[in-house]
Design a binder for this molecule. Structure first.
Ligand code: S3P
Length: 440
């Protein structure tokens, strides 16, 4: 990735070709964290080498694991069977997943850890995780605001809790489960809708028992404390949240045909693809296979005449990071695309509802903003704007993809954070024929 503070996407001729999706960010974080908590060697292949994950790798090392890079995407983590007191502050950079899961993991050991992050992470709410961890027995010392980093966590002997989530969050669920590994008793987390289940799957791969059942009120995940983890091998599938960007370009740039290979098809992550298909997208999945315990496939997107839809609110958990790119493609659809029940978007790396509303409007798109959602009405997309991203990778990539199909170029400010989740994004898009440059 480039260190330019401005990237510009110009209307492109048809995009053609086949690319590999970068490794899944959620699974990459978890492989580092569980590898550090486990005894013995965890061999990882396909790791996303984005800035968020590199911060988590440094954290794993600071907590006492040996972390080695063996080659591109190939890493070895040798855990000590628990986390040890780190020598310095754990700086999680831009990564909400990194800090929230690490706080849960650290809470279960008799260690004291200070967590911090960049300016964006310091603005994000932490109480959603520290609240339940405190009721398990962990102690938190805050700097100023009792919901914001930096915070110092003192872990120790925890007691299991039954936690009921009002909004399905995999980060909250995962933090509680990781703490629950070292708690006395049976920890349960109930979710109204199922959120991504990578922690549950990976805990099983590391030798733990985790049960999931529906109880009429929601999905209950149950884990008995006192279970030890043993190192294993992890094959990281391609990230559907990153694959979404080249596929979106394939859908909206006339004449395009873009294939992304090795995309994870876990149904708790594919809400965007379901939505695009309802909008009339020509998406085909080939070469379905199982890799690293997850369904994967190659997805081909061809330029399509899209129609606006109402996205079911119950689908939000399975595509929460994909609404920005959905909104960009909805700008080219006929009619209204209604996205509601997505208030969580406001507490991601930026307030993604406001940033998308402002960016799309600047590009001449009709958008209505609501407290917990937004509505995009498709039509000619003028482009010709320079868009603020608040250093949010997905806001930057969404507008660059939009710029490839707009009438005039679209520039994004502060695109460096693209490297947190999709290092090589610019090169990938150029390889497909997209005109993305550092020139203003
Ligand atoms: C993630 C869960 C989601 C998602 C984030 C990654 C995870 O956050 O937005 O990018 O890996 O568990 P929430 O759990 O807060 O919805």
């Amino acid at each position: 990735m480039t260190s330019a503070s401005l990237l510009t996407a110009r209307p492109a001729a048809a995009l053609k070709g086949s690319v590999r999706a970068p490794g899944d960010k959620s699974i990459s974080h978890r492989s580092m964290i569980l590898g550090a908590m486990a005894s013995g060697v965890t061999e990882i292949e396909g790791l996303l080498e984005g800035d968020d994950i590199l911060a988590t790798a440094r954290a794993a090392e600071a907590f006492g694991a040996t972390v080695e890079r063996l080659g591109e995407g190939r890493w070895r983590v040798t855990g000590q069977g628990g986390l040890q007191t780190p020598s310095g502050v754990i700086d999680c950079g831009n990564a909400g997943t990194g800090v929230r899961l690490l706080m849960g993991a650290a809470a279960g050991y008799s260690i004291t850890t200070t967590f911090d992050g960049d300016a964006s992470l310091r603005k994000r709410p932490m109480k959603r995780v520290t609240g339940p961890l405190a009721s398990m027995g962990a102690r938190f010392a805050w700097n100023a605001d009792e919901d914001r980093l930096p915070v110092t966590v003192t872990g120790g002997t925890l007691t299991a809790i039954d936690f009921v989530q009002s909004v399905a969050s995999a980060q909250v669920k995962s933090a509680i489960l990781l703490a629950g590994l070292n708690a006395m008793g049976v920890t349960t987390v109930t979710e109204p809708e199922k959120s991504r289940d990578h922690t549950e799957r990976m805990l099983r791969a590391f030798g733990a028992t985790v049960d999931v059942e529906e109880d009429g009120k929601g999905w209950v995940v149950r884990l008995t404390g006192g279970q030890a983890l043993t190192g294993t091998t992890v094959s990281v599938p391609g990230d559907p949240s990153s694959a979404a960007f080249p596929l979106a370009a394939g859908l909206i740039v006339p004449g395009s045909e873009v294939t992304v290979e090795g995309v994870m098809l876990n149904p708790l992550r594919t809400g965007l693809f379901d939505t695009w298909i309802e909008m009339g997208a020509d998406l085909t999945i080939t070469n379905r296979r199982v890799s690293g315990g997850e369904d994967v496939g190659d997805i081909t997107a061809r330029h399509s005449a899209l129609k606006g839809v109402v996205v079911p609110e119950a689908r939000a958990a399975s595509m929460i990071d994909e609404y920005p790119i959905l909104a960009a493609t909805a700008a080219f659809a006929e009619g209204r695309t209604v996205m509601r029940g997505v208030g969580e978007m406001r507490v991601k790396e930026s307030d993604r509802i406001t940033l998308m509303v402002n960016g799309l409007r600047a590009c001449g798109v009709a958008v209505e903003e609501e407290a917990e959602g937004f509505i995009v009405t498709g039509g000619p997309v003028a482009g010709g704007a320079t868009v603020a991203t608040a250093h949010d990778h997905r806001i930057a990539m969404s507008h660059l993809v939009l710029g490839l199909a707009a009438q005039a170029p679209v520039s994004v400010l502060d695109p460096e954070m693209i490297a947190t989740s999709f290092p090589g994004f610019v090169e990938t898009m150029r390889g497909l024929g997209g005109d993305v440059t550092e020139a203003g």
